[in-house]
Design a protein around this ligand. Structure first.
Ligand code: GLC
Length: 528
Protein backbone atom coordinates (compact mmCIF):
# COMPACT_ATOMS: atom_id res chain seq x y z
CA UNK A 1 0.00 0.00 0.00
CA UNK A 2 1.43 3.36 -0.88
CA UNK A 3 0.93 6.93 0.24
CA UNK A 4 -0.64 7.77 -3.11
CA UNK A 5 -3.62 5.56 -2.52
CA UNK A 6 -5.61 7.72 -0.15
CA UNK A 7 -9.10 7.37 -1.60
CA UNK A 8 -11.60 9.91 -2.88
CA UNK A 9 -12.40 11.59 0.43
CA UNK A 10 -8.83 12.49 1.18
CA UNK A 11 -8.18 13.68 -2.36
CA UNK A 12 -11.10 16.08 -2.01
CA UNK A 13 -9.74 17.22 1.34
CA UNK A 14 -6.42 17.93 -0.33
CA UNK A 15 -8.13 20.09 -2.93
CA UNK A 16 -10.49 21.84 -0.54
CA UNK A 17 -7.80 22.43 2.05
CA UNK A 18 -5.46 23.87 -0.63
CA UNK A 19 -2.33 23.15 1.39
CA UNK A 20 -0.55 19.97 0.27
CA UNK A 21 -1.14 16.82 2.35
CA UNK A 22 1.42 16.23 5.08
CA UNK A 23 3.81 13.34 5.50
CA UNK A 24 4.42 12.46 9.11
CA UNK A 25 6.47 9.79 10.86
CA UNK A 26 5.14 9.13 14.36
CA UNK A 27 7.82 7.57 16.56
CA UNK A 28 6.71 5.94 19.81
CA UNK A 29 7.67 3.31 22.35
CA UNK A 30 4.33 1.57 21.89
CA UNK A 31 1.17 1.57 19.81
CA UNK A 32 -1.90 -0.60 19.80
CA UNK A 33 -2.59 -3.14 18.42
CA UNK A 34 1.06 -4.26 18.69
CA UNK A 35 1.95 -3.15 22.21
CA UNK A 36 -0.47 -1.42 24.54
CA UNK A 37 0.65 -0.69 28.08
CA UNK A 38 -0.07 3.00 28.48
CA UNK A 39 -3.04 5.08 27.33
CA UNK A 40 -0.84 6.75 24.76
CA UNK A 41 -0.52 3.58 22.68
CA UNK A 42 -4.14 4.00 21.65
CA UNK A 43 -3.51 7.62 20.72
CA UNK A 44 -0.78 6.59 18.29
CA UNK A 45 -3.01 4.12 16.47
CA UNK A 46 -6.06 6.38 16.40
CA UNK A 47 -4.19 9.53 15.41
CA UNK A 48 -2.30 7.87 12.56
CA UNK A 49 -5.57 6.43 11.25
CA UNK A 50 -7.40 9.75 11.57
CA UNK A 51 -4.58 11.65 9.85
CA UNK A 52 -4.81 9.23 6.98
CA UNK A 53 -8.59 9.63 6.81
CA UNK A 54 -8.19 13.40 6.67
CA UNK A 55 -5.88 13.21 3.68
CA UNK A 56 -2.38 12.98 5.17
CA UNK A 57 0.17 10.19 5.12
CA UNK A 58 1.10 9.24 8.66
CA UNK A 59 3.37 6.29 9.34
CA UNK A 60 4.41 4.86 12.67
CA UNK A 61 7.87 3.76 13.84
CA UNK A 62 8.03 1.32 16.78
CA UNK A 63 10.41 -1.17 18.39
CA UNK A 64 9.87 -4.74 17.25
CA UNK A 65 9.25 -6.40 20.59
CA UNK A 66 9.52 -10.17 20.68
CA UNK A 67 5.82 -10.56 21.46
CA UNK A 68 4.75 -8.89 18.20
CA UNK A 69 3.61 -11.70 15.94
CA UNK A 70 5.51 -11.39 12.63
CA UNK A 71 3.31 -13.86 10.80
CA UNK A 72 0.02 -12.45 11.94
CA UNK A 73 1.00 -8.95 10.84
CA UNK A 74 2.87 -10.15 7.74
CA UNK A 75 6.02 -8.20 8.49
CA UNK A 76 8.32 -7.54 5.53
CA UNK A 77 11.97 -6.53 5.55
CA UNK A 78 12.58 -2.95 4.42
CA UNK A 79 16.19 -2.40 5.49
CA UNK A 80 18.49 -5.18 6.69
CA UNK A 81 21.62 -4.50 8.74
CA UNK A 82 21.04 -0.87 9.52
CA UNK A 83 24.03 0.37 11.53
CA UNK A 84 22.86 2.73 14.26
CA UNK A 85 25.69 4.85 15.76
CA UNK A 86 26.00 4.56 19.53
CA UNK A 87 28.60 7.22 20.30
CA UNK A 88 30.62 4.52 22.09
CA UNK A 89 34.17 3.79 20.92
CA UNK A 90 34.20 0.10 21.79
CA UNK A 91 30.88 -0.64 20.04
CA UNK A 92 30.38 2.19 17.55
CA UNK A 93 27.22 0.74 15.97
CA UNK A 94 24.28 -1.46 16.86
CA UNK A 95 23.00 -3.46 13.95
CA UNK A 96 19.23 -3.44 13.47
CA UNK A 97 16.67 -4.35 10.82
CA UNK A 98 13.71 -2.29 9.81
CA UNK A 99 10.59 -4.23 8.91
CA UNK A 100 7.15 -3.00 8.05
CA UNK A 101 3.51 -3.93 7.86
CA UNK A 102 0.44 -2.21 6.51
CA UNK A 103 -2.57 -2.22 8.82
CA UNK A 104 -6.10 -2.73 7.46
CA UNK A 105 -6.56 1.03 8.00
CA UNK A 106 -3.86 1.58 5.36
CA UNK A 107 -1.37 2.93 7.91
CA UNK A 108 2.21 1.71 7.38
CA UNK A 109 4.07 0.74 10.54
CA UNK A 110 7.84 0.37 10.63
CA UNK A 111 9.53 -1.75 13.26
CA UNK A 112 13.09 -1.41 14.47
CA UNK A 113 14.33 -4.91 15.13
CA UNK A 114 17.15 -5.61 17.57
CA UNK A 115 17.64 -8.87 19.36
CA UNK A 116 19.25 -7.58 22.53
CA UNK A 117 17.18 -4.50 23.27
CA UNK A 118 13.66 -5.39 22.06
CA UNK A 119 13.30 -8.96 20.83
CA UNK A 120 14.53 -10.61 24.01
CA UNK A 121 12.48 -8.40 26.35
CA UNK A 122 9.12 -9.65 27.58
CA UNK A 123 7.95 -6.16 28.57
CA UNK A 124 7.81 -2.75 26.95
CA UNK A 125 9.20 -0.87 29.96
CA UNK A 126 10.94 -1.45 33.23
CA UNK A 127 14.58 -2.29 32.43
CA UNK A 128 17.64 -0.65 33.92
CA UNK A 129 18.90 0.06 30.39
CA UNK A 130 15.66 1.71 29.22
CA UNK A 131 17.49 4.96 28.31
CA UNK A 132 19.70 2.95 25.92
CA UNK A 133 16.65 1.19 24.48
CA UNK A 134 14.87 4.50 23.79
CA UNK A 135 18.00 6.25 22.53
CA UNK A 136 18.34 3.35 20.10
CA UNK A 137 14.75 3.80 18.92
CA UNK A 138 15.27 7.54 18.37
CA UNK A 139 18.62 7.26 16.64
CA UNK A 140 17.42 4.19 14.73
CA UNK A 141 14.45 6.11 13.29
CA UNK A 142 16.76 8.90 12.12
CA UNK A 143 19.35 6.55 10.69
CA UNK A 144 16.58 4.73 8.84
CA UNK A 145 15.37 8.01 7.33
CA UNK A 146 18.91 8.91 6.36
CA UNK A 147 19.23 5.63 4.49
CA UNK A 148 15.63 5.45 3.27
CA UNK A 149 16.36 7.00 -0.16
CA UNK A 150 18.59 3.97 -0.86
CA UNK A 151 15.75 1.52 -0.46
CA UNK A 152 13.27 0.13 -2.95
CA UNK A 153 10.61 1.16 -0.47
CA UNK A 154 11.44 4.80 -1.13
CA UNK A 155 11.50 4.46 -4.90
CA UNK A 156 8.17 2.65 -4.66
CA UNK A 157 6.14 5.16 -2.75
CA UNK A 158 8.13 8.32 -2.33
CA UNK A 159 7.44 8.66 1.40
CA UNK A 160 9.71 11.05 3.24
CA UNK A 161 8.36 12.86 6.28
CA UNK A 162 7.90 16.61 6.58
CA UNK A 163 7.63 16.14 10.32
CA UNK A 164 8.77 13.57 12.88
CA UNK A 165 6.26 13.33 15.68
CA UNK A 166 7.83 12.16 18.96
CA UNK A 167 5.91 11.01 22.00
CA UNK A 168 6.83 11.34 25.66
CA UNK A 169 10.31 11.05 27.16
CA UNK A 170 11.18 7.81 25.34
CA UNK A 171 11.56 9.63 22.05
CA UNK A 172 12.34 13.03 23.60
CA UNK A 173 15.98 12.67 22.71
CA UNK A 174 15.20 12.33 18.98
CA UNK A 175 14.92 16.09 18.25
CA UNK A 176 18.26 16.51 20.05
CA UNK A 177 19.92 13.94 17.77
CA UNK A 178 18.18 15.44 14.75
CA UNK A 179 19.51 18.93 15.33
CA UNK A 180 22.98 17.84 16.47
CA UNK A 181 23.89 15.05 14.07
CA UNK A 182 21.73 15.34 11.00
CA UNK A 183 21.83 19.06 10.26
CA UNK A 184 24.03 18.52 7.23
CA UNK A 185 21.94 15.74 5.75
CA UNK A 186 20.22 17.15 2.65
CA UNK A 187 16.85 15.61 3.51
CA UNK A 188 16.83 15.22 7.28
CA UNK A 189 17.94 18.78 7.90
CA UNK A 190 14.64 19.90 6.40
CA UNK A 191 12.50 17.69 8.62
CA UNK A 192 10.66 19.41 11.49
CA UNK A 193 9.90 17.78 14.83
CA UNK A 194 7.00 17.82 17.25
CA UNK A 195 7.09 16.42 20.77
CA UNK A 196 3.80 15.40 22.34
CA UNK A 197 3.81 15.30 26.13
CA UNK A 198 1.35 12.63 27.23
CA UNK A 199 2.60 12.79 30.79
CA UNK A 200 5.16 15.32 32.02
CA UNK A 201 5.67 13.46 35.27
CA UNK A 202 7.88 10.88 33.57
CA UNK A 203 11.01 12.49 32.13
CA UNK A 204 13.53 9.68 31.98
CA UNK A 205 14.80 6.93 34.15
CA UNK A 206 15.99 9.17 36.95
CA UNK A 207 13.48 10.81 39.22
CA UNK A 208 13.89 14.42 38.07
CA UNK A 209 12.38 15.78 41.31
CA UNK A 210 15.11 14.20 43.41
CA UNK A 211 18.15 14.55 41.24
CA UNK A 212 21.29 15.98 42.83
CA UNK A 213 22.72 19.26 41.55
CA UNK A 214 25.73 17.39 40.28
CA UNK A 215 23.56 15.23 38.07
CA UNK A 216 21.33 18.06 36.86
CA UNK A 217 20.96 17.96 33.07
CA UNK A 218 20.95 21.43 31.53
CA UNK A 219 20.20 19.90 28.14
CA UNK A 220 23.11 21.66 26.44
CA UNK A 221 25.69 18.88 26.40
CA UNK A 222 25.79 16.22 23.68
CA UNK A 223 23.57 13.20 24.09
CA UNK A 224 25.71 10.74 26.04
CA UNK A 225 26.86 7.49 24.40
CA UNK A 226 24.40 4.58 24.51
CA UNK A 227 26.21 2.52 27.12
CA UNK A 228 27.41 5.25 29.45
CA UNK A 229 26.08 5.89 32.94
CA UNK A 230 25.70 9.54 31.88
CA UNK A 231 22.86 8.64 29.49
CA UNK A 232 20.76 7.53 32.45
CA UNK A 233 21.08 10.98 33.96
CA UNK A 234 20.04 12.92 30.91
CA UNK A 235 16.52 14.27 30.95
CA UNK A 236 15.04 13.07 27.66
CA UNK A 237 11.77 14.96 28.13
CA UNK A 238 13.58 18.20 28.78
CA UNK A 239 15.77 17.73 25.73
CA UNK A 240 12.70 17.02 23.63
CA UNK A 241 11.13 20.28 24.80
CA UNK A 242 14.28 22.24 24.03
CA UNK A 243 15.16 20.81 20.64
CA UNK A 244 11.79 20.13 19.02
CA UNK A 245 10.23 22.72 16.74
CA UNK A 246 6.89 22.48 18.52
CA UNK A 247 5.56 20.86 21.68
CA UNK A 248 2.03 19.90 22.50
CA UNK A 249 0.18 18.25 25.31
CA UNK A 250 -2.94 16.17 25.05
CA UNK A 251 -5.44 18.76 26.27
CA UNK A 252 -5.62 22.57 26.19
CA UNK A 253 -5.98 22.82 29.99
CA UNK A 254 -2.93 20.62 30.67
CA UNK A 255 -0.91 22.74 28.22
CA UNK A 256 -1.55 25.72 30.54
CA UNK A 257 -1.24 23.78 33.80
CA UNK A 258 2.29 22.61 32.97
CA UNK A 259 3.43 26.22 32.94
CA UNK A 260 2.84 26.31 36.70
CA UNK A 261 4.94 24.91 39.50
CA UNK A 262 2.10 22.66 40.70
CA UNK A 263 1.89 20.71 37.43
CA UNK A 264 5.23 21.52 35.77
CA UNK A 265 7.22 18.66 37.36
CA UNK A 266 10.32 20.88 37.50
CA UNK A 267 10.07 21.89 33.83
CA UNK A 268 7.58 24.76 34.22
CA UNK A 269 10.22 27.48 33.83
CA UNK A 270 11.59 25.95 30.66
CA UNK A 271 8.06 25.51 29.31
CA UNK A 272 7.21 29.12 30.16
CA UNK A 273 10.27 30.24 28.29
CA UNK A 274 9.32 28.33 25.14
CA UNK A 275 5.56 28.77 25.50
CA UNK A 276 5.19 30.28 22.03
CA UNK A 277 5.76 26.77 20.65
CA UNK A 278 3.57 24.94 23.21
CA UNK A 279 0.07 23.83 22.15
CA UNK A 280 -2.75 21.72 23.54
CA UNK A 281 -4.92 19.29 21.55
CA UNK A 282 -7.52 17.15 23.23
CA UNK A 283 -7.16 13.45 22.46
CA UNK A 284 -10.03 11.93 20.55
CA UNK A 285 -11.79 8.63 20.88
CA UNK A 286 -11.94 5.75 18.42
CA UNK A 287 -15.70 6.05 18.00
CA UNK A 288 -15.91 3.07 15.67
CA UNK A 289 -14.28 0.66 18.05
CA UNK A 290 -15.95 2.20 21.10
CA UNK A 291 -19.58 2.10 20.09
CA UNK A 292 -22.20 0.52 22.36
CA UNK A 293 -24.41 -0.08 19.33
CA UNK A 294 -21.92 -2.50 17.76
CA UNK A 295 -19.45 -3.50 20.51
CA UNK A 296 -19.17 -7.30 20.46
CA UNK A 297 -17.66 -7.55 23.92
CA UNK A 298 -20.65 -6.23 25.86
CA UNK A 299 -23.72 -8.23 26.82
CA UNK A 300 -26.33 -6.22 24.92
CA UNK A 301 -25.94 -3.50 22.30
CA UNK A 302 -27.82 -0.21 22.68
CA UNK A 303 -27.70 3.45 21.72
CA UNK A 304 -28.95 6.76 23.11
CA UNK A 305 -32.51 5.81 22.06
CA UNK A 306 -32.56 2.41 23.71
CA UNK A 307 -30.92 3.12 27.04
CA UNK A 308 -33.24 0.74 28.86
CA UNK A 309 -31.23 -2.05 27.19
CA UNK A 310 -28.21 -1.11 29.29
CA UNK A 311 -29.76 -3.03 32.18
CA UNK A 312 -28.62 -6.34 30.65
CA UNK A 313 -25.05 -5.03 30.81
CA UNK A 314 -25.47 -3.85 34.40
CA UNK A 315 -26.68 -7.32 35.34
CA UNK A 316 -23.69 -8.84 33.53
CA UNK A 317 -21.30 -6.64 35.54
CA UNK A 318 -23.02 -7.52 38.82
CA UNK A 319 -22.81 -11.22 38.00
CA UNK A 320 -19.21 -10.96 36.84
CA UNK A 321 -18.25 -9.45 40.19
CA UNK A 322 -20.62 -11.59 42.19
CA UNK A 323 -22.52 -8.72 43.80
CA UNK A 324 -26.31 -8.23 44.20
CA UNK A 325 -28.22 -8.03 40.91
CA UNK A 326 -30.42 -4.94 40.91
CA UNK A 327 -31.09 -2.09 38.52
CA UNK A 328 -32.01 0.28 41.35
CA UNK A 329 -28.67 0.23 43.20
CA UNK A 330 -26.24 2.80 41.76
CA UNK A 331 -23.31 0.86 40.28
CA UNK A 332 -20.07 2.84 40.32
CA UNK A 333 -16.94 1.83 38.43
CA UNK A 334 -13.26 2.69 38.34
CA UNK A 335 -11.12 1.67 35.36
CA UNK A 336 -7.44 2.46 35.52
CA UNK A 337 -3.96 1.92 36.83
CA UNK A 338 -3.63 1.92 40.61
CA UNK A 339 -1.31 4.87 40.65
CA UNK A 340 -1.25 7.93 42.86
CA UNK A 341 -1.97 10.11 39.80
CA UNK A 342 -5.43 8.55 39.54
CA UNK A 343 -6.78 9.75 42.89
CA UNK A 344 -7.23 6.38 44.63
CA UNK A 345 -6.49 8.28 47.87
CA UNK A 346 -9.87 9.94 47.41
CA UNK A 347 -11.77 6.93 46.09
CA UNK A 348 -11.20 4.56 49.00
CA UNK A 349 -12.29 6.88 51.86
CA UNK A 350 -15.21 8.33 49.86
CA UNK A 351 -16.49 4.88 48.91
CA UNK A 352 -16.44 3.77 52.54
CA UNK A 353 -19.07 6.37 53.43
CA UNK A 354 -21.01 6.18 50.18
CA UNK A 355 -21.47 2.43 50.50
CA UNK A 356 -22.35 2.69 54.18
CA UNK A 357 -24.87 5.54 53.89
CA UNK A 358 -26.25 5.03 50.37
CA UNK A 359 -25.77 1.30 49.78
CA UNK A 360 -24.07 1.82 46.40
CA UNK A 361 -22.01 -0.83 44.60
CA UNK A 362 -18.40 -0.31 43.55
CA UNK A 363 -16.34 -2.30 41.02
CA UNK A 364 -12.87 -1.73 39.65
CA UNK A 365 -10.52 -3.15 37.07
CA UNK A 366 -6.80 -2.44 36.89
CA UNK A 367 -3.62 -3.28 38.75
CA UNK A 368 -0.64 -1.39 40.03
CA UNK A 369 0.69 -0.02 43.28
CA UNK A 370 0.49 -2.60 46.08
CA UNK A 371 -0.54 -0.02 48.69
CA UNK A 372 -3.69 0.64 46.70
CA UNK A 373 -4.30 -3.03 46.00
CA UNK A 374 -4.28 -3.55 49.75
CA UNK A 375 -6.64 -0.61 50.37
CA UNK A 376 -9.12 -1.96 47.83
CA UNK A 377 -8.91 -5.40 49.46
CA UNK A 378 -9.73 -3.83 52.83
CA UNK A 379 -12.71 -2.02 51.29
CA UNK A 380 -13.93 -5.33 49.90
CA UNK A 381 -13.58 -7.13 53.22
CA UNK A 382 -15.53 -4.33 54.96
CA UNK A 383 -18.32 -4.49 52.33
CA UNK A 384 -18.06 -7.86 50.61
CA UNK A 385 -21.53 -7.65 49.06
CA UNK A 386 -21.07 -4.18 47.60
CA UNK A 387 -17.53 -4.27 46.26
CA UNK A 388 -16.11 -6.19 43.29
CA UNK A 389 -12.40 -6.24 42.49
CA UNK A 390 -10.34 -7.22 39.46
CA UNK A 391 -6.87 -6.16 40.50
CA UNK A 392 -5.20 -6.82 37.16
CA UNK A 393 -5.31 -5.05 33.84
CA UNK A 394 -7.89 -6.48 31.46
CA UNK A 395 -8.74 -5.44 27.91
CA UNK A 396 -12.39 -6.43 27.62
CA UNK A 397 -13.79 -5.91 31.10
CA UNK A 398 -13.54 -2.08 30.88
CA UNK A 399 -16.02 -2.06 28.01
CA UNK A 400 -18.53 -4.10 29.96
CA UNK A 401 -18.05 -1.73 32.89
CA UNK A 402 -18.69 1.31 30.68
CA UNK A 403 -21.81 -0.40 29.30
CA UNK A 404 -23.14 -1.54 32.66
CA UNK A 405 -22.06 0.96 35.31
CA UNK A 406 -24.10 4.05 36.07
CA UNK A 407 -21.11 6.17 37.04
CA UNK A 408 -17.36 6.13 36.48
CA UNK A 409 -14.88 7.72 38.88
CA UNK A 410 -11.93 9.80 37.67
CA UNK A 411 -10.73 11.99 40.56
CA UNK A 412 -7.15 12.43 39.27
CA UNK A 413 -4.51 14.54 40.94
CA UNK A 414 -3.42 15.53 37.44
CA UNK A 415 -4.63 14.19 34.12
CA UNK A 416 -3.00 15.22 30.83
CA UNK A 417 -6.07 14.04 28.95
CA UNK A 418 -7.61 10.83 30.19
CA UNK A 419 -9.43 8.53 27.82
CA UNK A 420 -11.61 6.56 30.23
CA UNK A 421 -13.99 9.51 30.71
CA UNK A 422 -14.45 9.77 26.92
CA UNK A 423 -15.11 6.04 26.63
CA UNK A 424 -17.49 6.12 29.61
CA UNK A 425 -19.52 9.02 28.18
CA UNK A 426 -19.82 7.24 24.83
CA UNK A 427 -21.41 4.29 26.68
CA UNK A 428 -23.70 6.42 28.86
CA UNK A 429 -21.76 5.85 32.11
CA UNK A 430 -21.59 9.21 33.82
CA UNK A 431 -18.12 10.44 34.80
CA UNK A 432 -17.42 12.01 38.18
CA UNK A 433 -14.16 13.86 37.65
CA UNK A 434 -11.79 16.40 39.09
CA UNK A 435 -11.51 19.62 37.11
CA UNK A 436 -7.96 19.11 35.85
CA UNK A 437 -6.29 18.65 32.47
CA UNK A 438 -8.31 16.86 29.85
CA UNK A 439 -11.02 16.02 32.38
CA UNK A 440 -11.77 19.76 32.69
CA UNK A 441 -11.87 20.03 28.89
CA UNK A 442 -14.15 17.07 28.26
CA UNK A 443 -16.66 16.80 31.14
CA UNK A 444 -19.23 19.51 31.81
CA UNK A 445 -20.75 19.68 35.29
CA UNK A 446 -24.47 18.86 35.21
CA UNK A 447 -26.74 21.79 35.95
CA UNK A 448 -30.17 20.65 37.22
CA UNK A 449 -31.76 23.97 36.20
CA UNK A 450 -30.75 23.95 32.55
CA UNK A 451 -30.33 20.18 32.23
CA UNK A 452 -27.00 20.80 30.54
CA UNK A 453 -23.88 18.86 31.38
CA UNK A 454 -22.35 15.44 30.89
CA UNK A 455 -21.08 14.53 34.36
CA UNK A 456 -20.19 15.75 37.83
CA UNK A 457 -17.12 17.88 38.41
CA UNK A 458 -15.26 18.93 41.58
CA UNK A 459 -12.31 21.26 41.94
CA UNK A 460 -10.15 20.62 45.00
CA UNK A 461 -8.15 17.44 45.45
CA UNK A 462 -10.01 16.64 48.60
CA UNK A 463 -12.31 13.85 49.83
CA UNK A 464 -15.07 16.25 50.87
CA UNK A 465 -15.15 18.00 47.48
CA UNK A 466 -15.28 14.60 45.74
CA UNK A 467 -17.90 13.25 48.13
CA UNK A 468 -20.17 16.25 47.43
CA UNK A 469 -20.32 15.39 43.73
CA UNK A 470 -20.79 11.69 44.45
CA UNK A 471 -23.86 12.49 46.52
CA UNK A 472 -25.21 14.77 43.77
CA UNK A 473 -24.74 11.93 41.28
CA UNK A 474 -26.40 9.33 43.49
CA UNK A 475 -29.36 11.65 44.17
CA UNK A 476 -29.74 12.54 40.46
CA UNK A 477 -29.71 8.83 39.63
CA UNK A 478 -32.94 8.41 41.61
CA UNK A 479 -34.73 10.63 39.07
CA UNK A 480 -34.76 8.36 36.05
CA UNK A 481 -35.82 11.06 33.53
CA UNK A 482 -33.09 13.39 34.73
CA UNK A 483 -30.53 10.61 34.59
CA UNK A 484 -31.53 9.78 31.01
CA UNK A 485 -30.94 13.42 30.05
CA UNK A 486 -27.42 13.34 31.48
CA UNK A 487 -26.72 10.06 29.72
CA UNK A 488 -27.95 11.39 26.38
CA UNK A 489 -25.95 14.60 26.79
CA UNK A 490 -22.84 12.51 27.42
CA UNK A 491 -23.45 10.06 24.58
CA UNK A 492 -24.04 12.82 22.04
CA UNK A 493 -20.73 14.58 22.66
CA UNK A 494 -18.44 14.37 19.64
CA UNK A 495 -14.99 13.23 20.65
CA UNK A 496 -14.09 11.70 17.30
CA UNK A 497 -10.45 11.88 16.25
CA UNK A 498 -11.08 13.78 13.03
CA UNK A 499 -11.38 17.08 14.88
CA UNK A 500 -8.13 16.47 16.79
CA UNK A 501 -6.34 15.21 13.67
CA UNK A 502 -7.10 18.54 11.98
CA UNK A 503 -5.59 20.34 14.97
CA UNK A 504 -2.48 18.18 14.73
CA UNK A 505 -2.18 19.03 11.03
CA UNK A 506 -2.11 22.73 11.97
CA UNK A 507 0.58 22.12 14.58
CA UNK A 508 2.69 20.08 12.15
CA UNK A 509 2.58 23.03 9.75
CA UNK A 510 3.56 25.41 12.55
CA UNK A 511 6.46 23.11 13.46
CA UNK A 512 7.54 23.21 9.80
CA UNK A 513 7.45 27.02 9.84
CA UNK A 514 9.37 27.14 13.13
CA UNK A 515 11.89 24.71 11.73
CA UNK A 516 12.61 26.99 8.83
CA UNK A 517 13.31 29.77 11.30
CA UNK A 518 15.15 27.41 13.69
CA UNK A 519 13.40 27.75 17.04
CA UNK A 520 16.36 26.43 19.05
CA UNK A 521 18.14 29.77 18.78
CA UNK A 522 15.26 31.35 20.76
CA UNK A 523 16.01 29.31 23.84
CA UNK A 524 18.48 31.31 25.86
CA UNK A 525 18.84 29.83 29.31
CA UNK A 526 17.13 26.43 28.98
CA UNK A 527 14.90 27.10 31.98
CA UNK A 528 17.70 27.32 34.48
C1 GLC B 1 -1.07 9.38 29.51
C2 GLC B 1 -1.86 10.36 30.37
C3 GLC B 1 -3.33 10.37 30.00
C4 GLC B 1 -3.50 10.53 28.49
C5 GLC B 1 -2.70 9.45 27.77
C6 GLC B 1 -2.79 9.57 26.26
O1 GLC B 1 -1.37 8.06 29.87
O2 GLC B 1 -1.70 10.07 31.75
O3 GLC B 1 -4.01 11.41 30.65
O4 GLC B 1 -4.85 10.43 28.15
O5 GLC B 1 -1.34 9.55 28.11
O6 GLC B 1 -2.38 10.82 25.77
Amino acid sequence: MSGKNNGLFSKLEGIVGKEPPLKVLIVAAESSPFAAVGGFSRVIEALSTALRKTGHEARVFLPKFGFIDEEKYELEMVFADLAVPTGDEATPNLICNVKKCVLPSGVTVYFLENMEYYEKRANVYGYSDDPTRWALLSRGALEFLKRLPETEEFLDDDFYPDVIHCNDWHTGVLPNYLSSYYNNDPKLSKVASLLTIHNLYYQGLFDPQNISELDFDDGKSDVAPFFSEALNKQNFMKRGIIYSDAVNTVSPTYSKEILTQEFGAGLDRLLLEVRSKVYGVLNGLDTESFDPATDKVIEKNYDAFSLEQRTANKVAVQKEYNIAVSDEIPLIGFVGRLDQQKGIDLIVPAMKYLIKDFGVQFVQVGGGDLTYTEQFRELKSAFPKNVGLHLLPNFTLPRLIFAGCDMILYPSKFEPCGIVQLEAMRYGAIPIVRKVGGLADSVENFDPKTHKGTGFVFEDYDVIAFYGQLVRAVESFKHKEVWRVIQKNAMRKDFSWNKSAKEYAKIYRRAMEFHKKSSVSHVSSFGM
